[in-house]
Design a protein around this ligand. Structure first.
Ligand code: FES
Length: 116
């Protein structure tokens, strides 16, 4: 199946709501904001199917009890059980077997476009 760009929301709506979800080709794809950068990821957690885009984008912490530190990279934190996903690769840093599909995204004339 060939990929094409899909208009999923206005940039204004994305900024106001923090995330948007659209159905594209039978799949739910969400766009979340990482700072000012829109990132598109499938809205289904590979762990147990949570609506991943209801999660939060934040800096990843690593370590052991008593010695947590920020890793300097940001991840999407699943709202159900807290697994984290890299927004560029969709891979879970703690278990590379868990990966959510990610999609190219761009903004044009105030519209958010996802290639899928
Ligand atoms: S459903 Fe996402 S971490 Fe469990």
């Amino acid at each position: 199946m060939s990929r094409s760009w899909h208009d999923v929301a206005s940039l204004e709506q994305l900024r106001r709501d923090g995330s948007v979800v659209a159905r594209v080709g039978g799949r739910e794809i969400g766009v979340v904001l990482d700072g000012d950068q829109p990132k598109a990821i499938r809205n289904r957690c590979p762990h147990m199917g949570a609506p991943l885009c209801l999660g939060t984008v934040r800096e990843r912490e690593a370590g052991t009890p008593g010695s947590y530190r920020f890793e300097g990279r940001r991840v999407l934190h699943c709202p159900w059980h807290g697994w984290e996903f890299d927004l560029d690769s969709g891979v879970c840093p703690d278990d590379a077997r868990m990966r959510a599909a990610v999609y190219p995204v761009r903004v044009s004339d105030g519209r958010v476009l996802v290639e899928a």
